[in-house]
Design a binder for this molecule. Structure first.
Ligand SMILES: C[S@@+](CC[C@H](N)C(=O)[O-])C[C@H]1O[C@@H](n2cnc3c(N)ncnc32)[C@H](O)[C@@H]1O
Length: 372
């Protein structure tokens, strides 16, 4: 057995769990809307591409679904429910047999070991039609035996890198990212090392999933990225990160944290363009890409007042990166940092302007090539 493939990457990031007001469960409406807008596509494409006549999809066997990067719910439950509804539709109504059998479902919820799995399991709907299980560990490595999964789902999680490229924190490197916390607006070398790390991570993810899926197994990815040619620094996300970076700089001036601490802090996110990701999938060679579609922008039609938008945005960011900030700078600065961030967004609300909403979410439907 290849032991290396089971080794965890060095960093394990996780969302705030439990019932904290800044928990992911209470601050993930944006991601929920993406799950909802992918529902019809999943239904249509399962109907079209699930090979229920093939031996690996025999309804007398168990149908196994994995949600990778599930967090603590509730979005993962909506996604799984929709996948099961779509699979059931296919077995019930598209089989050549009279009174066809419907398989039983085993659902695996994956996230980092530090994810609050207790909160996840406390919240699983009692009306579920599946047997749930937790699978802790990084999705950049193997998590399941060969050919055991029938369906893989991964929504708004693949932009998390397995580690920060070390060059961005090395003072003698051309990619040293002094005074910044992300590659948005940074020199090109910084973006390049982030992109190299992303390529490595996606390759590991794809090759692990290709082995874990049964022949003809299906995979849905929902990816946050940028259309080709868009500069991240001219997008809401990039502007928001730069403002957060400037808050950390202010806290250095106030003597609350050190310059070195800021220089050694970088956010582990990379946002690909669809063609970049498509090229990586093609290079991997284990999947047919059955559909790529840009999803409608979450919360676009919600005409909320600016105060609410800012509050939602800061709470959301805190739910996602609060743990990273705490781990790096200590718990004492978290409240003050996000208060300062809120104040600065009030002073400079440009990221909420429609014209900067340049990030996009892409839906990808892949089918494992059966010859593997
Ligand atoms: C923004 S949340 C998305 C949660 C859920 N999929 C949804 O749609 O609401 C991203 C999740 O991915 C998880 N994650 C990031 N990198 C991961 C990795 N390498 N392995 C497993 N989970 C990971 C994070 O811990 C987090 O819970």
């Amino acid at each position: 057995m290849d032991v290396e493939k089971f080794i965890e990457p060095s960093s394990t990031y996780h969302m705030l769990g439990s019932d904290d007001p800044y928990s992911y469960a209470q601050n993930s409406e944006y991601q929920k809307q993406l799950v909802v807008s992918a529902e019809e596509l999943i239904f249509e494409l399962i109907d079209k591409h699930l090979d229920i006549e093939k031996p690996s999809f025999d309804p007398n066997k168990i149908f196994r679904i994995g949600d990778f990067g599930c967090s603590i719910g509730p979005n993962t439950f909506f996604a799984v429910e929709n996948i099961i509804k779509s699979v059931e539709n296919k077995y019930k109504y598209k089989s050549n047999i009279k009174n066809p059998r419907i398989p039983e479902y085993h659902v695996f919820f994956n996230d980092h070991v530090d994810n609050d799995f207790n909160a996840l399991f406390r919240n699983i709907p009692i009306t579920r039609k599946y047997f749930p299980a937790g699978v802790p560990g990084s999705f950049h490595g193997r998590l399941f035996p060969n050919a055991t999964l029938h369906f893989v789902h991964c929504s708004t999680a693949l932009h998390w890198l397995s580690r920060i490229p070390k060059e961005v924190t090395e003072t003698n490197s051309s990619a040293f990212n002094k005074g910044r916390i992300h590659y948005t607006g940074a020199k090109k070398e910084v973006k390049e090392v982030y992109s190299t790390q992303y390529r490595k991570d996606i390759k590991s993810f794809l090759s692990a999933r290709a082995q874990e899926l049964v022949p003809g197994g299906l995979m849905v990815l929902v990816i946050l990225g940028f259309p080709g040619g868009v500069l991240p620094s001219e997008s809401s996300i990039g502007i928001g990160f730069n403002i957060l970076g400037s808050c950390l700089e202010d806290m250095v001036q106030m003597g609350k944290i050190t310059e070195e601490e800021v220089d050694s802090f970088n956010l582990p996110f990379y946002y690909p363009s669809p063609s970049e990701l498509k090229a990586l999938i093609e290079e991997n060679g284990c999947f047919n890409i059955e559909r790529i579609e840009r999803l409608s922008e979450p919360m676009k039609n919600e005409k909320q007042n600016l105060n609410i938008l800012i509050k939602v945005c800061v709470s959301h960011l805190r739910a996602v990166i609060g743990g990273l900030i705490e781990e790096h700078f200590g718990n004492e600065i978290v409240e003050e940092l996000f208060q300062l961030h809120m104040k600065k967004l009030h002073e400079n609300p440009m990221m909420f302007d429609e014209k900067y909403r340049k990030e996009a979410n892409y839906f990808m439907f892949l089918k494992q090539k059966s010859h593997l």
